[in-house]
Design a protein around this ligand. Structure first.
Ligand code: PGA
Length: 219
């Protein structure tokens, strides 16, 4: 059985101490985590990447890191940007094109394509978020996360039957892709998605902020 990829997207949440508390609590409940069937990734804000790297290594946790975004430019005079080479020092994965970045930061498909190019050039594993079955999946993407915007943070996940239809359509473009579902996945909603064929895992926002709720998705 392929392991399911569970990515906790912390978005713009947590201070340094809160991140350390999360990993300590995770460590204390590690016996509840089924490592045979899960690959675990946390996507903290940029400011916490090094703190999280250090905590994961010190506590010897089976967790990889992702950044939530990456610059569409290489190193250079791009004030405020964090480039792929800098991310690669701490993380293995990068989330690109989250719908909140489209909505609030006006990120477009051209930005997404440039970010994927920069991330791939540094050997990062790219996770492209798509909003529906008609979204373009860029060449070279490693993982797709289908996240309908109305389901994100709303408590109303998409209908599993519809998720299955989207997966079939997206996988028709590239069978090599790994595909995840995201949008109001939490301990009380996730079971309904487990029978979806080709489910590669979940992208989880709110339910990844507390170690207890995240761990209950990993048992
Ligand atoms: P949610 O967020 O689990 O809080 O709905 C998912 C996401 O935006 O990645």
């Amino acid at each position: 059985m392929d392991k399911k990829l569970l990515i906790g997207n912390w978005k713009s949440n947590k201070t340094k101490q809160e991140a350390l508390d999360f990993f300590q609590a995770f460590k204390e409940s590690i016996s509840k985590v089924n490592l045979d069937s899960h690959e675990i990734v946390i996507a903290p804000p940029f400011t916490l990447l090094s703190v999280c790297r250090e905590a994961i290594d010190r506590l010897e946790l089976p967790i990889s890191l992702a950044s939530q975004n990456v610059s569409s430019f290489p190193a250079g005079a791009y004030t405020g940007e964090v480039n792929a080479k800098q991310v690669k020092e701490f993380a293995q994965y990068v989330i690109i094109g989250h719908s909140e970045r489209h909505k609030y930061l006006k990120e477009d498909e051209n930005d997404v394509a440039n970010k994927i190019r920069e991330a791939k050039a540094e050997g990062l594993i790219t996770i492209q978020c798509i909003q529906d079955e008609n979204s373009m999946v860029h060449d070279d993407v490693d993982v797709v996360a289908y996240e309908p915007p109305t389901s994100i943070g709303s408590g109303n996940p998409d209908d599993p039957q519809h998720v299955q239809e989207v997966f079939i359509k997206v996988l028709g473009q590239s069978k090599a892709l790994r595909i995840l579902y995201g949008g109001s996945v939490n301990p009380s909603t996730y079971q309904q998605f487990l029978s979806i064929k080709k489910l590669g895992g979940f992208l989880i926002g709110g339910a990844s902020l507390e170690a207890d709720s995240f761990i209950s998705l990993l048992s």
